[in-house]
Ligand binder design. Sequence first.
Ligand SMILES: NC(=O)C1=CN([C@@H]2O[C@H](COP(=O)(O)OP(=O)(O)OC[C@H]3O[C@@H](n4cnc5c(N)ncnc54)[C@H](OP(=O)(O)O)[C@@H]3O)[C@@H](O)[C@H]2O)C=CC1
Ligand SMILES: O=C(O)CCC(=O)C(=O)O
Length: 416
Amino acid sequence: MSSTPHPLDDARTQLAEAIQFLGFDDGMRRMLETARKEVTVAIPLRRDDGTMELHIGHRVQHNISRGPAKGGIRYSPNVDLNEVRALAMWMTWKCALLDLPYGGAKGGVQVDPLALSTRELERLTRRYTSELIPLIGPGKDIPAPDMGTDEQTMAWMMDTYSVAMGHTVLGTVTGKPVNLGGSQGRAAATSRGIVYTTLNAMESVGLKPSQTTAIVQGFGKVGRGAARFLHEAGVKVLAVADVYSTIRNDKGIDIPALEAFVDETGTVKGFPGADPIPPSELFAIPCDVVVPAAIEGVITEQTAPMIDAKLIVEGANGPTTPTADAILEDKGILVVPDILANAGGVIVSYFEWVQANQSYWWTENEVNERLRARMDRAWDEVTAFSRDHGLSLRTAATTMAVKRVAEAHVSRGLYP
Ligand SMILES: NC(=O)C1=CN([C@@H]2O[C@H](COP(=O)(O)OP(=O)(O)OC[C@H]3O[C@@H](n4cnc5c(N)ncnc54)[C@H](OP(=O)(O)O)[C@@H]3O)[C@@H](O)[C@H]2O)C=CC1
Ligand SMILES: O=C(O)CCC(=O)C(=O)O
């Protein structure tokens, strides 16, 4: 699907633009583009039928200048070390942009989680976590869910780490179940943040929710919530896609009905309230807002020319390649970058970590209000920087974040 060699190339291209603007020297460039620590582990898995499989897992800590490393864990057959490196780098910029006291990390296991039973997933997760124990912990590196993982995965990780420490350590991971030290509002936080930012971006281009149409790619933890909150805001969602199907209804999809259908069937495929279309037609649907909320590298030099929209709000990490960015800019389409648009998840992960470390829990309203305040502030800061310096929102956001990370690095002392 991607027309570029790899998301790591995209991440490095974006970093290079920020560094050029900031005028950093080659040493700083190398420091910022290179992960501080990378671990690759082999995870033997005994399947329920007694056979043995081996899965490869990674954890990459891209940067820790501003605080402990932070970022999700991905389970997918497509995971590879360079992808994890790119995702870890984007986490560093996201945390810095939102002024969270964290560096950036990401983890991944090359596995199809849908092909495993719950017991197999638990064994795999516990073994992967055991391998990471020297690396992770509330003051070192705090994992969270990403594609293919969820609250249950985080509960197993927290338990495995806690058993090894001899006591419960709730701040080990975030995105845990609420009954086990999770935060109110974390599950929906990424999607909520995307929609807060979408509404800000819509206002900036003069779109009113009741006159706005959208399409959403991905109907998992992020895409599904984004579709729901857009629908609740009055935006008409014309099409959604998961791996199995892309569906379209130009009158607007009834999102609550689609959610009920997906709860029963596990996919949008066959939903009676919309028509199936070829996946390749998704981005060609004329609409106001495109929300890619699945995987990297889907908006490319092939797909960008067909997009007929005013805004792209990146729910996924790295969905737009640098070449596509240039095409979209020429077409006058405003791209709200991932490190800004999908930061709601890590913001509420930060709130969860703070609550867990203090054993003092906030209400869902408190969480959502503080989330909104941080998302709105970041939107104002990035749009102002973009205007003041004539940069795209992506370059503005990356530049602001890279500058903060470099400043923290320098403040810690140049001659350690
Ligand atoms: N979870 C979080 O808190 C955060 C996630 N993100 C990013 O958001 C994106 C989605 O993550 P998340 O929702 O957590 O992951 P999930 O695993 O919960 O969901 C992924 C969704 O994407 C769909 N999908 C995968 N490949 C394709 C494809 N080629 N075409 C259409 N749909 C596809 C899946 O379909 P199916 O259901 O059929 O498998 C699923 O609906 C990722 O880029 C992730 O890094 C960013 C910030 C925070
Ligand atoms: O909640 C977190 O710590 C990280 C979420 C994540 O992986 C992301 O924002 O891409």
